[in-house]
Ligand binder design. Structure first.
Ligand code: FAD
Ligand code: DLZ
Ligand code: SF4
Length: 525
């Protein structure tokens, strides 16, 4: 395998390809001269351990990087590929860039802007140093996204509230997706109201096609088991696509067999059913194995040909050209300040059961189990079970971020952070959404079968046997009264709370505080 190539630049351009830039059409690879240029790809500990990513995420990244290097080499491109166990590895991207340049200086460096603020800063620092030595550095736009940073800034400029729905409509207009003569297909932009069915008896989620690891992935899995034994999660059920061809197989199966049910059961949860009708494509899109716009156009074709209903197709496309682009825009608009936001002054530690899964809360135990076994949980599990509970408990946003970045195979800070600090926990104070998604156990009971098998009583509001989500909910509102009382979207719950009277409110607050302690969400020392 030519993956151990240690060639330096041959007087040409050095092109950096990061672990989530595995796309044939990557801007850093445009105008590449195979006779002079080389590509650098490096497996480094810094990237694998700045949070201790799930073992499956590290194995997925290494396997996909190795396969992509082979793909480039098959096109006649020279790749300097540094493996994680290379004794000379400096274990940082910048260190490896310097090492290639020390071996044999080239004329120029080309890279595609990177996804995370942390590494972008390091690479900007590197660029300044080598430019000082007379080597030109060209950092190109990542045009695998539909909305550039500049475009998002222009859209956001002068707006008091950044609303996903309006951004999404812009993206629909710009891409022409699901439009007829400039108007939304079916007459509405958004069919979310039709996407809230619960899984009723007799309806079972479909069998899912997963991709067993190929030889390259098996080797990466063995490397990770050997080198990162103390990282969270299991490797046994690894089934993520590691090449564009494998990702295509999963997408094709989804579009043909699963997409028609995506809309109806988008928000539903069921015990022991991790996949439901979800796409299982976030790892592939985030790595660059699938192109988001292509995915959306193909989903649209399913609607146009009558094979999938509009509520499913619109809902699916909204997640990609709406939410995915929107959260990336927010991240780059607001970083680094966004990463320090803690609007609710949340100050508690993350209880241990989020790692161990050892809890009598059936819903939480199930989400932790799939996170450990599959490095995956679907959106509503992330938002309304773990995210909601972390917010109700008042877990510090840094600990929340660390957990989400650790446990999911698709986790990258640009997409994770607005979802946690913004959507799930309201730590951003209302940049992503206008109110916290706080909910009692009633929501989980409505959208899942969890509660029927739980030791806690979802109908009871208080007392030892009552659902902890219920015991926490009113206390959360009472505790955060100074910060949330004036939020007009919370007027109704606060009116209800006010109606309880002072004594009962104090009792609910005390109940919530006792529950926080009982669950291990104690103040940080
Ligand atoms: P589907 O449900 O099939 O959706 C299709 C695609 O839409 C996804 O693959 C994804 O690319 C996109 N998408 C859907 N919802 C969102 C969203 N809210 N934000 C951005 N893109 C979205 N997604 C990540 O890719 N990485 C993360 O680190 C991540 N962290 C999250 C943390 C929290 C607290 C929450 C609430 C959501 C998070 N999401 C994250 C979004 C979403 O949960 C995942 O994208 C989705 O579960 C991936 O599974 P899927 O491919 O089966 O998605
Ligand atoms: C996620 C990840 C991991 C685990 N390892 C590597 C690596 O060894 N080398 C690399 O180039 N990229 C890796 N990545 C992806 C990077 O973390 C990602 O490119 C940045 O966070 C920017 O999004
Ligand atoms: Fe979760 Fe409460 Fe339902 Fe138990 S009763 S499954 S803790 S929502």
């Amino acid at each position: 395998m030519a993956n151990t190539n240690t060639a330096g630049p041959r007087g040409g351009t050095l092109r950096l390809v990061l672990g989530d830039q595995l796309s044939d059409n990557l801007s850093a690879l445009a105008d590449l001269d195979p006779d002079r240029d080389i590509v650098l790809m490096a497996e480094v500990r810094d990237e694998a351990t700045y949070v201790r990513h799930h073992k499956q995420k590290v194995a997925l990244t290494f396997a996909a990087m190795r396969s992509f290097a082979l793909r480039l080499e098959a096109r006649g491109i020279t790749v300097r590929y540094i493996r994680i166990d290379d004794p000379a590895n400096t274990h940082s991207i910048v260190g490896e860039m310097h090492r290639v340049l020390d071996d044999q200086p080239g004329e120029a460096i080309v890279m595609t802007e990177c996804g995370e603020w942390r590494l972008a800063q390091a690479l900007a620092g590197f660029a300044a140093v080598v430019e000082g030595r007379g080597i030109a550095v060209d950092i190109r736009q990542d045009d695998r996204f539909i909305c550039s940073h500049d475009r998002f800034r222009r859209w956001a400029s002068g707006k008091k509230q950044l609303t996903m729905e309006f951004f999404y409509r812009e993206m629909r207009r710009e891409t022409g997706i699901l439009l007829d003569d400039g108007k939304p297909v079916g007459g509405q932009w958004n069919y979310d109201a039709e996407n809230r069915r619960k899984l009723t008896k007799g309806i079972r989620p479909p069998e899912r096609l997963r991709t067993p690891p190929d030889a390259v992935a098996l080797e990466a899995i063995a490397d990770v088991a050997r080198l990162f034994p103390d990282h969270f999660g299991d490797l046994d059920a690894f089934g993520w696509p590691t090449t564009a061809e494998q990702a295509e197989v999963v997408l094709t199966d989804f579009l043909a067999n699963i997409l028609p049910g995506f809309g109806d059961w988008q928000d539903a949860m069921a015990h022991g059913q991790p996949w439901m009708w979800h796409g299982l494509i976030s790892t592939s899109i985030n790595l660059g194995l699938l192109d988001p716009l292509d995915v959306c156009r193909r989903a649209e074709a399913e609607y146009r040909s009558g094979r999938a209903p509009l509520n499913a197709v619109e809902g699916f496309i909204r997640q990609i050209i709406g939410w995915r682009e929107f959260v990336r825009g927010i991240y780059w608009l607001k970083m680094p300040e966004y990463g320090a936001r803690n609007f609710l002054d949340a100050d508690r530690v993350l209880p241990w059961f989020f790692w161990s899964g050892e809890t009598d809360m059936t819903c939480v135990a199930d989400v932790v189990a799939t996170s450990r076994d599959n490095a995956y949980a679907h959106h509503i599990q992330r938002l309304m079970v773990t995210g909601n509970l972390m917010m109700l408990l008042g877990v510090h946003p840094d600990a929340v971020d660390d957990w989400y970045m650790t446990v999911y195979a698709d986790a990258y800070e640009w997409v994770e952070m607005p979802n946690t600090r913004g959507m799930a926990t309201f730590a951003d104070g209302g940049i992503m959404g206008t109110k916290p998604y706080a909910a009692s156990g009633t929501y989980i009971d409505r959208m899942s079968d969890y509660c029927s098998g739980c030791r806690y009583d979802v109908k009871a509001r208080t007392g030892e046997g009552a659902c902890p989500f219920n015991r926490l909910y009113w206390g959360f509102l009472e505790r955060n009264r100074p910060r949330l009382r004036d939020n007009h979207r919370l007027a109704m719950p606060y009116r209800t709370l006010d109606g309880f009277g002072e004594e009962r409110r104090a009792a609910l607050l005390a109940e919530a505080e006792a529950t926080r302690t009982m669950l291990g969400a104690v103040p940080q020392s």
